[in-house]
Design a protein around this ligand. Sequence first.
Ligand code: ADP
Length: 401
Amino acid sequence: MKVLVINAGSSSLKYQLYDMTNESVLAKGLVERIGMDSSILTHKPTGKEEVTEVSEILEHTTAIRKVLEKLTDKEHGVLSSVDEIQAVGHRVVHGGEAFKGSALVTPEVKAEIRRLFDLAPLHNPPAIMGINASEANMPGVPNVVAFDTAFHQTMEEKVYLYPIPKVLYKKHRIRRYGAHGTSHQYVSRVAAEFLNRPIEELKIITCHIGNGASLTAVKGGVSVDTSMGLTPLEGLMMGTRSGDLDPTVVTFVMNKEELSISEVNSMLNKHSGLLAISGSSSDMRDITDGWEAGKPNETLAFEMYEYRLRKYIGAYAAAMNGVDVIVFTAGVGENSAIVREKTCENLSYLGVELDKELNKVRSGEPRRISTPNSKVEVLVIPTNEELMIARDTLRIVQESK
Ligand code: ADP
């Protein structure tokens, strides 16, 4: 069975085509600048040259049509006909409380995703555009949606509620939802497989640290707490997001600086985090380069980042009354040996012992970076949200037959 996985943003669309007989990627690519003057389609068929095409792509339906043309192209294609695609999986950011797992797309499911536009105004509308575009281009082919929030729906009320007037939850569903759920679920499963232990008996802390960053406490295979909240702003210090702060900062700054809601939102989401403290970059590579060169602002940014990360690991060890496995994943987690080293250095009270040499090795495979004596297994596991979505899509389509 061939499954196409789509991740639609407001002006972009990423895709990966899987052959699910062996879970291999046949092709992947990206359409950027949808709706702008010159859109760019980058298509990479496995084992062949990457191709780039600039054209005018005004909306998502045309974007998917162009992708399908590339997938079936004589020279750059990997399919003889579009009919070979038997299902399409879509990444959707917010599933609210309605979706506790991935779901087959029906008119009701689409209506529910639309009802959640309020909670994810930037992310859920493009997902609907992606689904509509896929239905228009591939009539009769089933679509499945996978939600970033779904894995965290197992959190208990005492964890997901904020201690504010309860009427706000009743009226507006204000609560912790979390994000990166597909990634946290995927890496926690791979960790259990790698260690050859049943996930039901493991306490795992998964650190998904990329541009956006979140931690999840996974106990017995389910999410019991996660650092992102109503939106992805809560929790860790990130590339451009502040993470946790006293909510009064928001009202105080709005008052003193005469900022509007959208301006303060933009400040906290786009102009904070590593970028704000370093004054130079939101990219961890630049921050660690600056830290190594002894630059004071980058050093402070690095130290704040690591300190906040470590505090959350401690909090989740407390939440689960222990931790067996710590997993690092995503851009920073998979690539930054120094972030892993400095974080683990201060986790010795948990019995964490890092093997500094193993930590420096680079590979695209799951691997252990703790010593045999370490009481906690520390692993680096490359995340693969697309594969997780493709697996869910295959399972749900097969179950629906
Ligand atoms: P996103 O949250 O956008 O999906 P990624 O998970 O791809 O982000 O992470 C991107 C980030 O990973 C970059 O901004 C950069 O900070 C970090 N990163 C990538 N490679 C390295 C590296 N070799 N060393 C340190 N950080 C890295």
